[in-house]
Design a protein around this ligand. Structure first.
Ligand SMILES: *Cc1c(COP(=O)(O)O)cnc(C)c1O
Length: 357
């Protein structure tokens, strides 16, 4: 089997070796050193100052989305959510569950986010804007410049779920005025699912973060995580093995060079898009992340092709949900897959498309 999926992705050999070593004990200096080194590397890759703080949660990305809301938004606050697919909808559901007032910037299927969409919301005093910078369910990569412009000069926190764009597309936290970034282990980092991270800039920590006594949730109180991280520890037992995998992956990326890593992903994305082209096979018109390509067929063959790809090639792709499940699927370009693998996948898709008339 070869995973052309994002979350989990096809794992690198170096990660598999770490997994084989088993899980060491962690309340000691050696683990603290590992975490502090990880944290420095993570901030460099995210292009944020050392004064930012990272919260290492043992939970999948959705918990980090919820925890960011819990720790930064109060019941009396109003937020704006960009909802252009399944993950945007998740932010809406999280806020609704907590009774937080929210406005929704809704995008229709295949609609591209533009500056005009923000006009109706311009004069509201929002505490935060919540966005999934790469809406993984559709493949749209939003223009971070639009968000930066909307929040600039206001007391509005820019909270970005960058789970499927970090380490896949160029990304800079500080240059874009992002106050909080949410990521998770199984996407661009390509390691085992189970850890997610929230990075907060200094201003957010000092001016907006809730104190422990203000928190209803005990387990995800960021202030406790920040205090513990000063000595390279987490308040509770983390997924220790995944911490080692993350450390190893960041070292690998730094040795390779972040730009080289991003270029690899870009090359696979571009190769796939070029090679899979055929009458009856298209992509959405909006800007796409290099992490995945959404493939649109002119007839309901997506499920059949998906099944045959597994059966005949051992290739696993990401299905699409909802109304488009029969006509679309998504292919990931992240992880230990080569350009050659990508070409073979494109050929396979074309062949199967022609078979299923
Ligand atoms: C994968 C993903 C998540 C997190 O999903 P989990 O299943 O909870 O890890 C959140 N947001 C985006 C944009 C994602 O791609």
């Amino acid at each position: 089997m070869k995973l052309f999926t994002i979350g989990p992705t096809e794992m690198y050999e170096t990660t598999k070796l770490i997994r084989e070593k088993g899980v060491p004990y962690f309340r000691n200096q050696s683990f603290s050193n590992l975490m502090l080194e990880t944290d420095a590397m993570l901030k460099r890759c995210m292009k944020t100052a050392p004064s930012s703080e990272t919260i290492y949660l043992t939970a999948s990305g959705t918990a980090a989305m919820e925890a960011a809301v819990d720790n930064l938004i109060r019941k009396t606050d109003r937020v704006l959510i960009v909802e252009g697919g399944g993950f945007g909808k998740r932010f809406v559901e999280i806020c609704d569950r907590k009774g937080i007032q929210r406005d929704v910037l809704h995008l229709e299927q295949d609609e591209c986010l533009t500056a005009d969409h923000f006009v109706p919301f311009r004069d509201q005093a929002y505490k935060a804007v919540l966005i999934n910078l790469h809406e993984t369910s559709t493949g749209q990569l939003y223009d971070i410049g639009l968000l930066k412009k909307f929040c600039e000069g206001k007391e509005t926190l820019l909270i970005v779920d960058a789970i499927s764009t970090f380490l896949c597309d160029p990304f800079s936290m500080d240059d874009n005025g992002i106050d909080a970034v949410i990521i998770s282990s199984q996407k661009g980092l390509c390691v085992t699912p189970g850890m997610s991270m929230v990075v907060l800039n200094h201003r957010t920590v000092t001016e907006y973060l809730k104190k422990p006594e203000e928190m209803e949730c005990y387990y995800h109180c960021f202030a406790d995580y920040i205090t513990n991280m000063k000595r390279g520890q987490t308040p509770f037992t983390p997924a220790v093995g995944i911490c080692y995998e993350i450390h190893d992956m960041l070292k690998y990326i730094e040795a390779q060079g972040l730009e080289v890593r991003l270029e690899e992903v870009r090359e696979k994305a571009e190769t796939f898009r070029r090679e899979v082209k055929l009458d009856g096979i298209q992509f959405p018109a909006f800007p796409a992340s290099n992490a995945i390509t959404t493939v649109i067929f002119d007839r309901p063959v997506a499920k059949k092709i998906e099944a045959a790809l597994i059966e005949e090639y051992g290739f696993v792709i990401n299905p699409c949900g909802g109304d488009v499940a029969e006509t679309r699927f998504r292919v990931s370009h992240v992880g230990a897959i080569t350009v050659q693998d990508t070409v073979e996948l494109a050929r396979g898709i074309q062949k199967l498309y022609l078979r299923y008339q």
